[in-house]
Ligand binder design. Structure first.
Ligand SMILES: *[C@@H]1O[C@H](CO)[C@@H](O)[C@H](O)[C@H]1NC(C)=O
Length: 365
């Protein structure tokens, strides 16, 4: 009874978050504290986003000019794509480059690229997900490259959906498998895009010693072609958020049935906040401070991960990205000022922090 009520509450909650202005949602949460707290506490027990007792998801951005930015994209890592290299695209302000993420209860360790490469010698690290995974993958390649700038690397775009960065001396491979939904997606000539929410068949590239998954933004794209959701053989009319929950659950079951946790470390990179709509990111040069309302979908990620058999680390970046309204390419994407990008992230920038957390999690022993 209780869990059913909670689930219905959560669906309503997500639905409201998705539709209504933030101020109303904040008020709504404040007026319903008891139920909300029960819900959160149930998940805290599993500490999905904690390493060595430190929760990296909570904290604040502090100026640290002596150490950041960690690199200059165009001179240090020329392989970074133009869309992420905001400086070369003419972004005039530079304060956004100087921030360090300070978790509330600890400090993040310094990213030691040589130690990373030595530890993962002969191993493969694979990002699977949308272009936010591309953002993270390019940042990691750069952070490792600047640690060993003389060491030979090969970057290969094997297909439109598969990119590989190889550090030859270390035989460390960093892959990005482009996969927006993780579940099966196909194009129907009449209808448009159909997602098979209960099916994962294209997992042949999902291998590596570390797998870092991410999916979110494509579920909420409001393009011209509609997206249909299919379960079994039927197209079912449902809210995008509900579809996301079902799709993510299918992914979690796939991981539980196909991944041997003694061989493969699985990480789920959480939702990176976008800043489109009313609070869009144009002309923003400073991070926000303080707390933020719960971002739509985060409760779904939390709940799906906490119900898994396998231990999956939740790389929870939602609060830190909510605060970084200044961190997006905005109109500095290289595509002209009529195009604005408030979803991806400038490099150097926020994705470097995600990799600092990744480093802390992977090399904590
Ligand atoms: C951004 O700032 C420029 C220069 O001050 C101004 O002309 C432009 O209207 C601003 N754009 C937005 C969307 O606020």
């Amino acid at each position: 009874m209780i869990s059913k009520d909670l689930r219905q509450f959560q669906m309503t909650f997500d639905f409201l978050l998705h539709r209504l202005p933030q101020t109303f949602v904040v008020l709504w949460v404040v007026t319903l504290p008891p139920l909300y707290h029960v819900h959160v506490n149930a998940f805290q027990a599993k500490q999905l986003n904690q390493a060595e007792g430190c929760d990296f998801s909570q904290g604040q951005w502090v100026v640290d000019e002596s150490y950041y930015p960690l690199y200059d994209a165009s001179s240090d890592c020329p392989f970074i794509v133009q869309g992420f290299d905001c400086l070369i695209n003419g972004r005039p302000d530079q304060d956004y480059l100087k921030y360090r993420w300070k978790p509330s209860a600890c400090d993040l360790p310094r990213f030691d690229g040589v130690k990373f490469l030595e530890t993962y010698r002969g191993k493969k690290i694979t990002f699977v997900g949308d272009s936010i995974s591309d953002n993270t993958w390019q940042s990691l390649a750069c952070l490792l490259h600047i640690a060993v700038p003389e060491s030979k690397y090969t970057l290969t775009r094997l297909t439109k959906h598969l990119s590989m960065f190889l550090f030859e001396e270390y035989q460390v491979t960093i892959m990005w498998v482009k996969d927006g939904y993780l579940v099966d997606a196909f194009r129907d000539t009449e209808k448009g895009r159909i997602l098979k929410l209960d099916s994962i068949t294209s997992w042949d590239m999902w291998n590596g010693d570390v797998l870092i998954f991410n999916t979110y933004h494509w579920w909420f794209h409001t393009g011209q072609t509609p997206t249909y959701f299919q379960v079994g053989n039927e197209i079912i009319d449902m809210d995008n958020m509900e579809a996301y929950r079902i799709g993510l659950t299918t992914w979690s079951n796939w991981v539980d049935s196909n991944i041997d946790p003694s061989k493969t470390t699985v990480i789920f990179q959480g939702i990176a906040a976008a800043h489109s709509g009313e609070n869009h990111c144009i002309n923003q040069t400073l991070p926000e401070e303080g707390s933020m309302p719960t971002y739509p979908g985060v409760d779904i990620v939390k709940s799906v991960l906490s119900n898994m058999k396998n231990q999956v680390y939740w790389l929870d970046i939602t609060l830190q990205t909510q605060l970084r309204i200044d961190g997006h390419p905005s109109i500095y994407t290289g595509r002209g000022t009529s195009y604005e990008d408030c979803s991806h992230w400038c490099l150097a920038g926020a994705p470097d922090t995600w990799n600092e957390i990744l480093y802390a999690v992977l090399l904590r022993n």
